[in-house]
Unconditional design. Structure first.
Length: 259
């Protein structure tokens, strides 16, 4: 059976990040993608101009519809926006455990806040213990590990595991071009090619979505992490720099190459 992978996240009207990026990444990784939308954003390459949160009861209804019929082999969370939504998602996943990637989306690449301040604590306390792996970028990891602004990626991953996650991958940021994985026992550095391409919108979503799809296909965490890193890098390589006035969307499907 084709792997079934669910994204629980927000919609990006510009198509670059959020569930739109996730569904493309699932397809590229050979999985059937499904979505439970928690919020709608009015968004383009320049920024986010509005966010409309969906009622937590409707988020739960989407989850129930997918789990009760199609089934889920792995899931990922992206933008969750509020404590109310995090509580609803956590309540459901506690009753329906699956391999779970938690991408703690806190701020858009444009700088817009995508997670309310009072929701950060709920994210850590409720979702981290359910996560197979959490995948913050360097800036998000430093915010989650409040006293670790100067810490190395290795120290940050250990901090994230200490916060409750079973494993952590710190991606992106400045400095050494590596993704750093800590599975609770071993540290693994995954080299990342640094590309000078002004089209990185959706790279983090693409990474975590590919990771979820590869875990659903049965890969080990390390192999899935390496595959996700390659996929995200390739998506940036083919990024659609000509779209919009801001940072263009990544292109994991290389649509420009097929045109």
């Amino acid at each position: 059976m084709v792997p079934r992978v669910l994204t629980i996240a927000g919609s990006d009207s510009g198509g670059g990040a959020g569930i739109q990026a996730d569904l493309k990444a699932f397809a590229a990784a050979g999985a059937h993608g499904m979505s439970a939308i928690v919020a709608l954003t009015a968004q383009n390459t320049i920024g986010v101009t509005a966010v409309h949160e969906l009622p937590p009861e409707f988020v739960t209804a989407q989850l129930e519809a997918v789990f009760s019929d199609v089934g889920v082999d792995a899931a990922k969370t992206g933008m969750l926006f509020s404590r109310r939504v995090i509580d609803a998602v956590s309540d459901f996943l506690e009753r329906h455990p699956v391999p779970l990637i938690v991408d703690p989306v806190m701020v858009a690449s444009s700088g817009a806040q995508l997670l309310e301040d009072d929701a950060v604590e709920a994210l850590v306390e409720r979702l981290f213990p359910l996560a197979t792996v959490v995948t913050p970028n360097l800036a998000e990891a430093r915010r989650l590990c409040v006293d670790s602004t100067q810490s190395s990626r290795a120290e940050l991953t250990e901090c994230l595991v200490a916060l409750g996650a079973h494993a952590a991958i710190v991606t992106g940021g400045h400095g050494d071009p590596v993704d750093h994985l800590f599975d609770g026992e071993r540290h693994v550095e995954i080299p990342v090619e640094r590309l000078d391409v002004a089209a990185t919108h959706g790279a983090g979503c693409t990474h975590s979505a590919t990771l979820a799809a590869l875990l659903a296909r049965g890969l080990s965490l390390e192999d899935a992490a390496r595959g996700a890193s390659r996929a995200a890098t390739d998506a940036v390589r083919h990024g659609l720099v000509e779209l919009g006035a801001g940072d263009g969307p990544v292109d994991i499907l290389n649509v420009k190459g097929r045109a």
